[in-house]
Design a protein around this ligand. Structure first.
Ligand code: FAD
Length: 374
């Protein structure tokens, strides 16, 4: 008899398994329907020995010292500050749009004019969501905001979500604000580093060789749920799937990845290049910037957004819209009714657009509030 059956061996499942095994000393069975641990953060070495993030580039960044302290038990880090350029009108300009981007896209006098406008209205260092900038009472700021909106946000969002920015929760576009400074970094978090030997190695250190954790891969929970003896279930898969889609399926966006292999030390000038207005794909990421590997070859991952179709591709991004949150709330209420028996946790189970650090924080919170000493 296991104390816990944990469905899903991604960040949520691995953190909870590690805490339950090491802190509570209880036994768990950790299962995943995939043939590997790590969930969407899983990485592996390709035939050239280069580290690839199977489900798209994953860059770790956080302001939570608690999350850093926890993960640092299982990995060393390489400091890495991610930078992104967007191809706009034939030029590569820094994203998030900032004062450097202004100077690269506009002639000198106009750039200085806009710079003064932004500085006097918002102050150096401020971060303004694009939808807020477009609501400025100042017509010149609106003119600039409309330019940034058209060239950086609109077509990228249409490709990524098949929706206009206004039709998504405003938090989505606020993730990439306009920045009134010369800070070219994609993230401004206090801790920005990559696990030195990759995410999979970190997960191995978390859950491997632990007598309290039994791992079963290639195992869908439906195939074993009736035959396994356990006291409590922790479910980190899709919450709508758990309830047999009884209120209807929750919508997701999916992606298709293409790998381009180049006989170059480096192919592009920075980690990620965004293509808001060209091509069917949204962005290209060159893995070696993230992994610090040296090789005469380089792998780039190109991302093609897709609608999610159950059973055909992966549910990657919950779609943050009021109507979807309302649907999720119906499942959340159903989950509440069975909360003595089942704990839901994770990007798919909570239907939230969590980053990795948020999912670790959430799993630690679930452990501390619902599991420890229970
Ligand atoms: C393309 C992409 C890029 C991202 N980039 C970043 C980034 O740069 N920085 C960042 O901080 N975050 C990033 N994220 C977010 C990050 O991937 C998530 O926050 C994190 O992986 C969520 O972990 P999780 O354990 O909740 O879910 P998941 O990683 O999705 O793990 C859930 C696991 O449950 C398993 N499962 C589902 N159903 C069943 C079932 N029926 N039976 C058994 N197992 C099941 C799945 O196979 C999966 O392994 C990105 C996400 C995507 C999709």
């Amino acid at each position: 008899m296991y104390d816990y059956l944990i469905v899903g061996a991604g960040f949520s499942g691995c953190v909870l398994a590690e805490r339950i095994a090491n802190e509570s000393g209880k036994k768990c069975l950790l299962i995943d329907k995939r043939d590997h641990i790590g969930g969407n953060a899983y990485d592996y070495q390709n035939e050239d020995g280069l580290l690839i993030h199977k489900y798209g580039p994953h860059i770790f960044h956080t302001n939570s010292q608690k999350v850093v302290d926890y993960l640092s038990r299982f990995t060393k880090w390489n400091e890495y500050e991610h930078k992104v350029l967007a191809l706009v009108d034939g030029k590569y300009i820094p994203v998030p749009f900032n004062l450097n981007s202004l100077h690269q896209i506009f002639r000198y006098e106009k750039a200085i004019h806009y710079e003064k406008l932004l500085l006097s209205n918002f102050g150096y260092g401020s971060k303004i969501p694009i939808l807020q900038l477009r609501n400025s009472p100042n017509p010149e700021i609106i003119e600039l905001a409309d330019f940034i909106y058209q060239k950086i946000f609109l077509n990228y969002t249409l490709k990524q979500w098949e929706l206009e920015p206004e039709d998504l929760d405003s938090a989505v576009t606020a993730r990439v604000p306009v920045i009134v400074s010369h800070d070219d970094r994609y993230f401004q978090d206090s801790f920005q580093s990559m696990p030195r030997y990759g995410y999979s190695a970190m997960f191995e250190n978390m859950i491997g060789n632990n007598p309290n954790i039994e791992l079963a891969l290639n195992t869908d929970y439906k195939s074993i749920i009736k035959s396994v003896q356990y006291k409590k279930l922790i479910f980190t898969g899709p919450i709508d799937e758990y309830f047999d889609y009884s209120y209807g399926p929750l919508p997701y966006r999916s992606l298709r990845f293409e790998h381009e292999i180049y006989d170059y030390e480096f192919f592009q000038p920075t980690g990620t290049v965004n293509f808001p207005n060209n091509f069917e794909y949204t962005r290209r990421t060159e893995m070696k910037y993230l992994t610090f590997e040296r090789s005469s070859k380089s792998v780039c991952m190109v991302e093609y957004p897709l609608p999610y179709i159950i059973g055909e591709n992966e549910p990657f991004y919950p779609i943050p819209q009021v109507v979807n949150n309302d649907l999720y709330n119906k499942y959340a209420r159903a989950a509440e009714k069975i909360s003595d028996d089942v704990i839901f946790c994770g990007r798919l189970a909570d239907y939230k657009y969590y980053n990795m650090d948020q999912v670790v924080a959430r799993a630690l919170h679930v452990f501390e509030s619902k599991i420890i000493d229970k």
